[in-house]
Design a protein around this ligand. Structure first.
Ligand SMILES: O=C(O)CCC(=O)C(=O)O
Ligand SMILES: [Fe+2]
Length: 344
């Protein structure tokens, strides 16, 4: 099993069947079932992975507080209707010290899917800054979203092939999916904020140095996360031995990790690796893209030897239950009922 984080060139995933593609599939599955993290490069859309291109998206953090406040969601501003998409502000007493925005498929696709369930917060439109405030920003975000969707599809097909499943087995579930594009800023913590950061929840020792935690340890809940880091270190993954190892940023690459639902669906063949962010010396920005299926995709056991059977469920019901446990989604769980009653 692989213990280090490998960098894998994935261009062959976008071509016809070939020995090169088979080798790439095997490397991806080895990384997914080993440490559960990899860095990938060489794919359509990789032109986004430069400082200048990322800056087009991260420009949103230059908005005034008043403009950001217009994008807040309901748990941070009770006058707002959006509860799932939108802005989350810094929460100084939480372990995770970050602000940012969660954006849905409406930024890149006409809103047609799910028109029959307009009450579902998982399908709500994303509040966005006006074109006048940030000229060109919406188009950049839409382009990025589409590139990441195509990459997510290519990686899921690769994993399907690696597992010996039909390569298109996941396609229908992800067609009309509700992937989330998130932009994050972690500012430096103010040492005089009055929050006691000395406890083990808030700080760790890394290479002999005490470092504050700014992104709480977690595993992602879904399938595949495509993470662009903006040149600043801090991300760490827990390896199979239980040690924290750095996931260094590198231009031209994305860090890729996997979520708990894919782990469960694949009977543990793909690992949902725990990760966290420790404070660097400067502000940190990151851009995770969570590749996700349709709200009404039915998650049922895959034909995989050794995978434990489970009662099929709807992706949206699972997502709501898990996503609303994160601090930036706190206080909203009661706002959506499962669309399918649990089998008792
Ligand atoms: O900021 C990062 O590098 C990691 C973010 C992350 O793990 C997440 O949003 O799930
Ligand atoms: Fe994460």
């Amino acid at each position: 099993m692989t213990q280090d984080i490998e960098t894998i060139a994935v261009a062959d995933l976008f071509g016809p069947p070939s020995p090169g593609r088979e080798r790439t599939d095997a490397r991806i599955l080895a990384a997914a079932s080993g440490i559960g993290f990899m860095a990938i490069r060489d794919f359509p859309g990789d032109e986004w992975l430069t400082r200048d291109k990322r800056a087009q998206l991260l420009n949103i953090f230059a908005l005034s507080d008043a403009e950001k406040a217009k994008l807040l969601r309901w748990n941070f501003d009770r006058t707002k209707k959006n509860v799932y998409r939108g802005w989350f502000p810094l929460q100084p007493t939480a372990v995770s010290y970050k602000e940012g925005i969660d954006m849905g498929p409406d930024i890149a696709h006409a809103q047609t899917a799910g028109a029959d369930d307009t009450d579902d917060p998982l399908r709500e439109p994303t509040p966005l800054p006006s074109e006048a405030m940030l000229p060109g920003w919406r188009a950049a975000a839409a382009h990025y979203y589409l590139a990441m969707e195509a990459l997510g599809n290519a990686l899921m097909r690769s994993i399907a092939r690696g597992l010996g499943l039909p390569e298109t087995i996941f396609d229908a579930d992800f067609d009309g999916g509700i992937s989330t594009l998130r932009l994050i800023r972690y500012p430096l913590r103010d040492a005089n904020s009055g929050v006691d950061l000395s406890g083990p929840e808030f700080s760790i020792v890394h290479k002999g140095e005490t470092r504050t935690i700014i992104g709480r340890e977690h595993a992602d809940s879904g399938f595949v996360t495509l993470l662009a880091q903006d040149g600043v270190e801090g991300l760490q993954a827990k390896n199979l031995a239980g040690d924290w190892i750095d996931v260094p940023p590198a231009d031209g690459t994305l860090a890729v990790n996997f979520g708990q639902l894919l782990e469960r669906w694949t009977g543990g063949r793909v690992r949902a690796t725990r990760h966290r962010v420790i404070a660097p010396k400067t502000a940190r920005f990151s851009i995770p893209f969570f590749y996700e299926p349709r709200v009404d995709a039915e998650i049922a056991p895959l034909p995989l030897a050794g995978a434990a059977p489970f009662e099929p469920f709807l992706y949206g019901d699972y997502l709501w239950e898990s996503a609303t446990n994160f601090v930036e989604m706190s206080g909203i769980k009661h706002l959506r009922e499962p669309r399918r009653a649990k089998a008792s």
